[in-house]
Design a protein around this ligand. Structure first.
Ligand code: NAD
Ligand code: MG
Length: 396
């Protein structure tokens, strides 16, 4: 069997580095075609020297110059490129088999769609790309015959609990009553409104069960992550928001469930380690070692479930409403959230203001319809400007 050629979009992040850790367990089965990152050229340089990809791409031109000089001095053959067009090119190249979409935020939309349009096997971690483009994304998957496999642990769980499929584009939900999306509840699950008002970025990025990038960590703390995942599940599995229930499950051992009309409930369990869903998507329908710890049932103190509290965590309700509203509302939700989370991480707004900014932006921009990607990205920009304007007026 010839080795599969892999491009990783977002190689230096939490998912990107864990993907490389899984690939390292299987050197005969996979080789790296291209590594893509934002601006962290030093880590990308180390990865290039270890993996010797054909291409390394950075979003940032200045960082790309530094990387090019560094790799040249180290005698590396990796070609360094920069910018959005180069990212799309290494995602769509005829020599690529698998694209791991792990850029954070709407910045991943175009390169991920480029992989889809080239009919690749696309391992989707970048949930924002799907939240922003929704129907356009799924239409492109079907039109171009791409194989779409979820990396998000909840969606990987649901995918594994459904009748055997080769791709999300094949989903038929005969007999399914509802999807049960589990949520850890984040680091502030037990905080009251008063305590939530005072939480800091440092507290928010320290997740109890998972080690993730700063943006998704804040999303987990507000429960916006679960809201984005609810939207992601609607598109991946072709269900309405009303068919998805969110369950808070602080141990993060049951990664999600599917309930069937006969009363049967299928769950997927495992230790909270993203290498499991990454390995699952890489090899599907085969199974390969991931390096993750085995789940030790004797060590489990118990499995606990509770309802999410949307009064303390309104982002979950906002996401559900945006999906129900349809059109570009989910793109507006995502853009406002990205701006608000960035402002929170920069110490410019408080934790509770994140939901306030998203709510205000959604109310002002509402559910517009958009026919193509350019229209969606224009709404994304409009929503960002509106969210920044609101924050400057209210907190500036
Ligand atoms: P991260 O912040 O650790 O990494 C983000 C990666 O994207 C980095 O490599 C960064 O260089 C790159 N990047 C940022 N802006 C870019 C740009 N403009 N152009 C090109 N590259 C850019 O984030 P993460 O935790 O790895 O999450 C990545 C994605 O996976 C997110 O969409 C997140 O929601 C999703 N996800 C993550 C986890 C997890 O456990 N970390 C779990 C499920 C889903
Ligand atoms: Mg998840």
């Amino acid at each position: 069997m010839t080795a599969q050629s892999v491009t990783i979009l977002g190689a230096t992040g939490s998912i990107g580095t864990q993907t490389l850790a899984v690939l390292a367990e299987h050197p005969e089965q996979y080789r790296v075609f291209a590594l893509v990152a934002g601006s962290q050229w030093q880590l990308l340089a180390q990865q290039c020297l270890q993996w010797q990809p054909r291409f390394a791409v950075l979003a940032d031109d200045v960082a790309a110059v530094a990387l090019r000089n560094h790799l040249r001095d180290a005698g590396s053959d990796t070609e360094v490129l920069s910018g959005a067009a180069a990212m799309a090119q290494v995602a769509a190249d005829a020599d690529v088999d698998v694209v791991v979409a792990a850029i954070v935020g709407a910045a991943g939309v175009r390169p991920t769609l480029a992989a889809v349009e080239a009919g690749k096997r696309v391992l989707l971690a970048n949930k924002e790309a799907l939240v922003v483009t929704g129907q356009l994304f799924m239409d492109a998957v079907r039109r171009h015959g791409a194989t779409l496999l979820p990396v998000d642990s909840e969606h990987s769980a649901i995918f594994q609990c459904l009748p055997a499929l080769n791709s999300c584009s094949e989903v038929r939900l005969g007999g399914v009553k509802r999807l049960l999306l589990t949520a850890s509840g984040g680091p502030f699950r037990t905080f009251d409104a008063q305590a939530l008002r005072a939480v800091t970025p440092a507290q928010a990025v320290k997740h109890p069960n998972w080690c993730m990038g700063p943006k998704i960590s804040v999303d987990s703390a507000t429960l916006m992550n679960k809201g984005l995942e609810l939207i992601e599940a609607c598109w991946l599995f072709d269900v309405a928001p009303a068919q998805i229930d969110v369950l808070v499950h602080p141990q993060s051992v049951v990664h999600s469930m599917v309930e069937y009309i006969d009363g049967s409930v299928m769950a997927q369990l495992g230790s909270p380690d993203m290498r499991t869903p990454i390995a699952c998507a890489l090899a599907w329908p085969q199974r390969i070692h991931s390096g993750a710890e085995r789940l030790d049932f004797m060590q489990l103190a118990g499995l606990h479930f509770e309802a999410p509290d949307v009064a303390r965590f309104p982002c979950l309700a906002l996401a559900r409403q945006a999906m129900e509203a349809g059109g570009a509302a989910t793109a507006v939700l995502n853009a406002a959230n990205e701006e608000a989370v960035a402002a929170f991480l920069a110490g410019q707004i408080g934790f509770l203001a994140i939901a306030e900014v998203v709510d205000d932006t959604l109310q002002r921009l509402g559910p517009q319809t958009c026919r193509d990607l350019d229209a969606v990205m224009a709404i994304d920009q409009q929503a960002r400007a509106q969210a920044r304007h609101y924050m400057a007026q209210r907190f500036g």
